[in-house]
Design a protein around this ligand. Structure first.
Ligand code: AMP
Length: 287
C-alpha cells in the first residue's frame, strides 16, 4: 500500500476509524521527524505488531522553552516520508502549527510531581508541551497502541501516567534505546554536535556502562553509582552535567539503594547541545 501523507486531523481520524471498523489494529508513532534508526525501531515494532501504522511528524513548539533549539531543530519532511514508506508506514500525519494550535487555543495538559523533577526541573514547560501534543495526537489518531522510546525515559513515565489518569484507551509500548557504535544514544540533536563534541558525547553512555560495572561488582548504594558516573563525565572537558541520578522507575524519586526498580538517568550539555540518556537496572518494562 502506498504511503498517504496529510496535515488534516479529520482525515487521520477517518482513516484510523475505517481501519478499525474493518477489524484491523492501528499503531501510532509520534515523532518530531529527522527520522533515524531510533525512530525506525519504533516504526518496525508497530509494523510488526499492528495491521496499520501511523507516524506523526511535528516539531511541537509548545515543548521547547525560551532560548531552546526550536529554530535549529532539523526538518526534512520529504526524506522522512520516503524512509517511512520504505519501512511500511501507511499514513504520515504532518500538521502545521496553525492546525495544532489555532488562534484561540487555550487548553493544555499539566501534570503534577512527575513533570517537576529531572528534565522538568531544567525545562519547566517541556512536559506541558509534550503531554498536550501527545494527548491531541491520541485524539486525532485513536490508535490501539502508541510507541515511545526508552531513550526519553521520563517522557514514557509521564505519558503512561496521563494515559492512566485520563482513561485514554491506548496501549503504550516502550522500545529499547538504539545507539551509535560508540554507545551514544541516537538523537536528531546529535547532528548539532561539532566533531570534537561528538567524540566527547559518548561520555553519557560510558557513564551508564560504568554504573552497571560498579553495580555488577556488588555495589548497590546509589551514591557510589552516581559518583562513578560523575567521574566519567568530569573526564570529558566539554561536558557539563545538568543532573546525574539514580531514580525509581515509577515515582522518579532518587533511590539510595539500587534494586531492579532503579534507573540511572543523566542530562549533559556538550557545547550548546543538551543530551539525555538512561539505563534501567531491572528488566525494562515494555508495556
Ligand atoms: P523525537 O522525534 O525525538 O521526539 O522522538 C520520537 C520518538 O522516538 C520518542 O518516543 C523517542 O523516545 C524515540 N526515540 C528517539 N531516539 C531514540 C533512540 N535512540 N532509541 C529509541 N527510541 C528513540
Amino acid at each position: 500500500m502506498a504511503l498517504e501523507r496529510t496535515a488534516d486531523p479529520d482525515e487521520v481520524r477517518r482513516a484510523v476509524r475505517a481501519w478499525q471498523a474493518e477489524g484491523l489494529t492501528v499503531g501510532l508513532v509520534p515523532t518530531m521527524g529527522a527520522l533515524h534508526e531510533g525512530h525506525l525501531s519504533l516504526v518496525r515494532a508497530s509494523v510488526a505488531e499492528c495491521d496499520r501504522t501511523v507516524v506523526s511528524i511535528y516539531v511541537n513548539p509548545a515543548q521547547f522553552g525560551e532560548g531552546e533549539d526550536l529554530q535549529e531543530y532539523p526538518r526534512r519532511l520529504d526524506e522522512d516520508c520516503r524512509v517511512a514508506e520504505q519501512n511500511g508506514v501507511d499514513l504520515v500525519f504532518c500538521p502545521t502549527d496553525r492546525v495544532m494550535y489555532p488562534q484561540g487555543h487555550a487548553t493544555f495538559v499539566v501534570q503534577e510531581r512527575l513533570t517537576e523533577v529531572l528534565e522538568g526541573a531544567f525545562r519547566p514547560t517541556h512536559f506541558r508541551g509534550v503531554l498536550t501534543v501527545v494527548c491531541k495526537l491520541f485524539n486525532i489518531a485513536p490508535a490501539d497502541r502508541a510507541y515511545f522510546g526508552q531513550k526519553d525515559f521520563q517522557q514514557t513515565v509521564v505519558v503512561r501516567r496521563m494515559v492512566c489518569d485520563l482513561n485514554i484507551p491506548i496501549r503504550v509500548r516502550v522500545m529499547p534505546t538504539v545507539r551509535e557504535e560508540d554507545g551514544l544514544a541516537m538523537s536528531s540533536r546529535n547532528e548539532c554536535l561539532t566533531a570534537r563534541e561528538r567524540e566527547q558525547a559518548s561520555c553519557l553512555s560510558r557513564a551508564l556502562v560504568e554504573a552497571r560495572r560498579v553495580y555488577e561488582g556488588g555495589r548497590t548504594d546509589a551514591g557510589a553509582l552516581r559518583e562513578a558516573m560523575r567521574a566519567v563525565i568530569a573526564a570529558a572537558p566539554l561536558a557539563r552535567p545538568d543532573y546525574v541520578e539514580v531514580v525509581d522507575h515509577e515515582t522518579l524519586e532518587p533511590v539510595s539503594e539500587v534494586t531492579d526498580r532503579a534507573v540511572a538517568v543523566l542530562a549533559v550539555r556538550i557545547g550548546r547541545t543538551r543530551l539525555i540518556d538512561n539505563m534501567p537496572f531491572g528488566p525494562s518494562a515494555s508495556d
